[in-house]
Design a binder for this molecule. Structure first.
Ligand code: A2H
Length: 255
């Protein structure tokens, strides 16, 4: 972190069903027949098989931006400026924001999760630790391999009423997708337990767990699912990324 530019994979998660709160905010603002995508930025495209939900910051303000005639992206203003600058939008540097929406109003939307074993889509859920100043402000959740994602879904499931969500949305099945020699095939589960992480507020241990999970997964991990099962993460990662990009399901995003 902080050393040179980050090469993210921006994933296109199409909105399949709007939450009631979002419908209100969007009324008449979107042209007919367009597709809208939540666009998380990830450093680990090889983990996308394990997506169980998609996080937004409940108090973050998002824009809905025209990417092309048919496609609109939900990201922060800051990310939209970066995307325009990087030539990701069809009209080059021109930014067209058609609507604004608060994260809390996106919670409950059903979105498609490319590559996920949950192929009927996943729910948008709140994550209080999402930074509005990093990536797109949207984070796809892979609780099998990300300690941050795991402790967030665990906390959401425990206090579903408080967070105004359905408990089942936070309890989507967590599948093992990457095998590692040190932590087995549910890296995040083992690390959260070992480091006694009990809340998303355990920032220090989470930082440590994130580092350990990342190193182990990247340098020692082997995929257990998908087209590249049996291959090392190091080998498979660029291929999975390129395949998503070629399929129009993702694009490179830097900052
Ligand atoms: B990663 P770096 Cl499985 N706020 O994707 C908080 N976290 C954010 C974010 C934001 N605005 N934008 C992206 N992220 C998360 C997958 C993953 C990630 C796994 C394991 C580790 C991991 C699934 N979530 O990240 O600060 C995203 O989560 C740890 C390296 O730019 C993104 O990749 O280094 C990662 O943090 C980017 O973090």
């Amino acid at each position: 972190e902080g050393v040179g530019p980050q090469e993210y994979t921006a994933l296109k998660m199409q909105v399949l069903e709007w939450a009631p709160g979002a419908q209100g905010a969007l009324e008449d603002k979107l042209p007919d027949g367009v597709d809208v995508f939540l666009v998380p930025a990830t450093l680990r495209p090889e983990t996308l098989y394990g997506q169980t939900c998609c996080f937004v910051g409940p108090t973050i303000n998002y824009g809905i931006f025209r990417a092309s005639e048919r496609e609109y992206y939900v990201v922060t203003d800051r990310a939209a400026r970066n995307m325009a600058y990087q030539g990701i939008f069809a009209r080059d540097s021109e930014i067209e924001k058609v609507a604004e929406i608060r994260g809390s109003d996106l919670v409950g939307c059903l979105v498609n999760a490319p590559l996920s074993l949950h192929d009927k889509g996943v729910r948008v859920l709140p994550m209080e630790t999402v930074s509005p100043l990093k990536g797109t402000g949207v984070v796809t959740s892979v609780p099998s391999d990300s300690p941050d994602d795991l402790i967030t879904v665990t906390t959401l499931a425990k206090k579903a009423d408080y967070y105004g969500i359905e408990r089942e949305w936070a309890e989507a099945q967590i599948y093992p997708i990457i095998d590692t020699p040190t932590y087995g095939d549910l890296c995040a589960t083992v690390l959260v337990k070992e480091l006694k992480i009990t809340s998303p507020k355990d920032v220090k241990q989470l930082e440590r767990a994130k580092e350990l999970a990342y190193k182990e997964g990247y340098y020692q991990g082997t995929l257990k699912v998908g087209e590249y099962r049996g291959q090392t993460v190091e080998m498979a990662k660029p291929k999975i990324r390129q395949q998503l990009i070629d399929a129009g399901a993702a694009f490179p995003y830097c900052e």
